[in-house]
Design a protein around this ligand. Sequence first.
Ligand SMILES: *Cc1c(COP(=O)(O)O)cnc(C)c1O
Length: 388
Amino acid sequence: MVTKNKRIFLSPPHMSGCEERFIREAFASNWIAPLGPHVDAFEKEVAEYVGAKGAVALSSGTAAIHLALKLVNIGQGDIVFCSSFTFAASANPIIYQGATPVFIDSEPESWNMSPNALRQAFADAERAGKLPKAVITVNLYGQSSDMDVILKICKGHGVPVIEDAAESLGATYKEKASGTLGKYGIYSFNGNKIITTSGGGMLVSDDLEGLERVRFWASQARDPARHYQHSRVGYNYRLSNILAAIGRGQLIVLAERVRMRRAIFGRYVHALSDIPGVLFMPEADFGCSTHWLSALTIDQQLCGVSTLDVIDALAEENIEARPVWKPLHLQPLYSRCPYYSHNEESISEMLFQSGICLPSGSSMSEREQKRVIETLRGCLLGRVKAVV
Ligand SMILES: *Cc1c(COP(=O)(O)O)cnc(C)c1O
């Protein structure tokens, strides 16, 4: 088969080669289950890496959000403010807890939670006499939200912030690790994330007592007794020792993966920015993005093609690209939830109309990226397919 047609994926797993050594250790000691030394070590290593006091390894990022919501006592009838421009998993745990999400728009500067919209939502909540019990801010495509501003607004109302940093492990906000600015932060090791355990997540915090409760809930809430004794509802949310072994092998190369993804983004910017109507996701000066996914918007008027045309043109060349997240307030599931836009304009809706994510995997070669770029230029400049 000619290499030209080898499929280029959006963000495939990229192993370091060290994972199997850790897995072999687990096999050699028959520590396949439960929990085990790799889980303990992985938690410690992630906590150290990001500079949090503690971490709990869980079966998914979604599970981590769910238990973070439990830690801040979200229950039936409560309200939680949540970024709208994100994956459904950011908000679904609000529903698990019987609470109601209120969706907050993005700001143009970072594509993350708009402080304007957040202030407006708080003002209305205050007037209605019912404040949210938590705010979930999402750090999209590898970039932190403007945490100082968001934290200040929330602090003013005494509301804790949960950082959905599923996409921003390895990024920074003013020198601190993304995911460690809020009261609780969560990471995901799903297969498409910057590092993966094939599936898994982590909750990080300085609240060590809270993390102990998370460990308890995540392992079926078993009370200390010799028989099986339960006084609380528990969950089966822990990460297995084998998956933690993979995570340890991945964590070793996280910094390298960040460098690669940033280089990929830089090459796209360099090769495509001259095209009228093409704008890349901005990198705010408050931090360093991992550029987990390289995202850009395409002005259909100027380019004469829609995002779906571009995605189709790439698909023709066996290249995977995707629209950006569809804002949650536009999802059928959440269409009846309140939504606060940035100003008269709904930024997330505009981004959804014009945004796409390009292949960004750290294992993509420069040659492969060139194929993506040539195809894009051909499509956006209305030329016949370029021959690579
Ligand atoms: C991937 C992702 C999640 C969910 O993580 P899982 O580990 O797949 O459960 C949550 N929020 C965002 C923003 C994500 O991208």
